[in-house]
Design a binder for this molecule. Structure first.
Ligand SMILES: Cc1cc2nc3c(=O)[nH]c(=O)nc-3n(C[C@H](O)[C@H](O)[C@H](O)COP(=O)(O)OP(=O)(O)OC[C@H]3O[C@@H](n4cnc5c(N)ncnc54)[C@H](O)[C@@H]3O)c2cc1C
Length: 547
């Protein structure tokens, strides 16, 4: 090994967890280096919508959200279940708000409440129908200087001349239906014009989040070494004392006087690990996570003796395998006028349920792929991906097999290989339910959550509409994800544990490299980024407090 360098803290991965950790160690006086495998920083965080679920933070309280620690605790306990130790849930709820306050102090990030975006189970005790998620406000990319060019691009680039927030999507999809749709479209252009007139280069959502964290690191003088993958952890006398990385083509030992934080994301792009740990059918083609997330930190931690948890699970979401890449099907699925059917031509799930739950059901019942059946009335009404209402779906979607069209239900059934009589019966039944405004079969529309990406102008239910106007369409639906959620098992201080529950000295993990504090569930919009940054912060604080 040719080169050896030394810092107090070595952080692996320049995503949400890693950047929060490095900012924390640096602002607590530790010399810190952050190594990043990709030629860009930001990981999945930069690609994301940047919703952040952290109950009781100061942004929510300032907005008048009636959240309390007791409510949050009750809700988390109900959602997450007993498999995540209460101490870890408690650490998240205690340190989450402190993480937001820390970021407000030491980075240019500013946040807004995503008002009206419900918790995913708002009817559970402590759940909030108006939500407790926040998102970054637009950030001026000028503060990043040359580093802006090295920010990982977003999954859905916002159209030129606009500044779009998460909370805008709901209304943009209703542009042809509701006056607030057009008003929102106007507002996102005006927002852009105002900010650019003030000399800003505005970025939003995941770009703002990752850019803001990076700007914090710039101000704190933390070196971020791109193109520098972790190869292995360096262990001395049972203690993690650094990492071996490849830097400038050379194997480099980076010693860590205090410890190492693994924030290298999940294993969504590791075909072998996915097949080893997860249920079939699985591969790497349906994920939208950052392509550099191949589980390197998880494997290195395991070699150092760590226990692994939740490896079978992911931040799932129904995905349409479009030829340009998998499309995370969110509002498209929950707007009225769609149903999911299995190969028997039958419904099997509440299509508007939280994305993770829909895929858990797809796997549990082995309905993979399934089909989202819809009609021309739906196409005339709503934005679909970036396709304005009324416009024809692209030819390439048909030729790839992701989309099928026919003028009759029987014809559609034949093309997707389901029994025609069964599909006809399913559509007749769901049409009758749509006209009555109730879905006693799968309870679509019973939860406030179901109504978020729905159509308030549709009667009698904003969630249910008949499928009646030819031509009819069927989109192929596969189990995709935003990334995996299993990894190194950690304690309430983000310290990595062995299978016997003892701590591996010097080793911390946060974000998708660690087993999620959410367990198998998903509490609300931002349930991955909120904990990732929180446990990155917790790891940094613990390192700073350790001799
Ligand atoms: C399209 C999309 C939308 C999303 N929207 C949301 C949302 O609104 N709210 C939410 O909470 N979550 C959302 N997510 C999920 C969220 O972005 C991730 O769960 C989160 O970023 C995980 O944080 P992390 O720090 O663990 O990983 P990441 O942010 O992915 O960062 C991991 C970093 O580690 C680096 N790395 C990997 N291997 C190595 C190695 N060997 N050496 C050094 N570095 C390495 C990677 O290159 C990457 O930069 C979304 C994800 C996507 C893809």
């Amino acid at each position: 090994m040719a080169v050896t360098v030394e810092y107090d803290a070595v952080v692996v991965g320049a995503g949400a967890a890693g950047m929060a950790a490095a900012l924390t160690t640096a602002r607590n006086g530790l010399s810190t280096v952050l190594i990043e495998k990709a030629p860009v920083y930001g990981g999945s965080a930069a690609r994301s919508g940047a919703g952040i679920w952290i109950p009781g933070n100061e942004v929510l309280l300032a907005a008048g959200v009636p959240d309390t620690p007791a409510k949050a605790d009750t809700y988390m306990a109900a959602v997450v279940g007993p498999e995540v130790p209460a101490a870890r849930r408690q650490a998240f709820l205690t340190y989450g708000p402190r993480t937001i306050s820390f970021l407000l102090r030491w980075s240019p990030l500013r946040f807004s409440w995503m008002q009206g975006y419900p918790d995913y189970y708002p009817e559970l005790p402590g759940g909030m129908p108006d939500g407790r998620s926040i998102e970054p406000r637009a950030l001026d990319a000028n503060i990043l200087g040359a580093e802006f060019a090295r920010l990982n691009p977003s999954y859905v680039p916002t159209p030129a001349g606009t500044v779009v927030y998460d909370v805008d999507y709901k209304w943009l999809s209703l542009i042809a239906r509701h006056p607030k749709g057009l008003a929102t479209a106007t507002e996102i252009v005006l927002r852009y014009l105002q900010l650019t007139a003030a000399g800003q280069k505005p970025i939003s959502m995941g770009q703002a989040l990752a850019g803001g964290l990076r700007a914090g690191l710039l101000a704190a003088d933390v070196p971020v070494w791109l193109d520098t993958p972790l190869l292995d952890l360096h262990v001395e006398n049972g203690r993690v004392a650094g990492v071996v990385a490849r830097r400038n083509g050379q194997e480099t030992l980076i010693r860590a006087r205090r410890g190492v934080v693994v924030g290298s994301g999940g294993f969504e792009h590791n075909e072998r690990m996915r097949k080893q740990y997860q249920a079939a059918p699985i591969g790497t083609e349906w994920t939208v996570g950052a392509s550099s997330n191949t589980g390197d930190g998880i494997e290195a931690g395991e070699r150092a003796g760590a226990a692994l948890g939740l490896m079978d699970d992911a931040w799932w979401g129904p995905m349409i395998p479009l030829p340009e890449g998998p499309w995370f099907c969110l509002s498209e699925r929950t707007l009225p006028g769609t149903i999911f059917v299995n190969q028997a031509g039958k419904r099997f799930v509440n299509e508007a349920a939280p994305y993770s739950d829909v895929v858990h059901t797809m796997y549990a019942k082995q309905h993979i792929p399934c089909w989202m059946v819809t009609d021309q009335d739906y196409r005339n009404r709503y934005l679909f991906k970036d396709l304005a209402p009324l416009l024809p779906y692209p030819d390439a979607w048909y030729s790839s097999g992701a989309l099928v069209k026919d003028w009759t239900i029987a014809g559609l059934a034949a093309k997707i290989g389901v029994p025609a009589a069964a599909l006809r019966a399913t559509i007749d039944r769901s049409n009758a339910q749509a006209r009555s405004g109730r879905d006693p079969d799968f309870h679509r529309g019973d939860s406030t959550y179901d109504e978020y990406f729905a159509d308030p102008t549709n009667n009698p239910s904003p969630c249910l509409a008949p499928i009646w106007l030819p031509p009819f369409y069927a989109f192929k639906i596969v189990p995709g994800d935003l990334g995996t959620k299993g990894g190194l098992v950690t304690d309430a201080r983000a310290r990595v544990l062995r299978p016997d529950g003892t701590v591996i000295p010097g080793l911390y993990a946060a974000g998708n490299a660690s087993a999620a504090v959410m367990g198998h569930s998903y509490a609300g919009a931002g349930s991955t980024l909120g904990p990732a940054m929180t446990f990155g912060h917790v790891a940094g604080l613990d390192l700073a407090a350790t001799n």
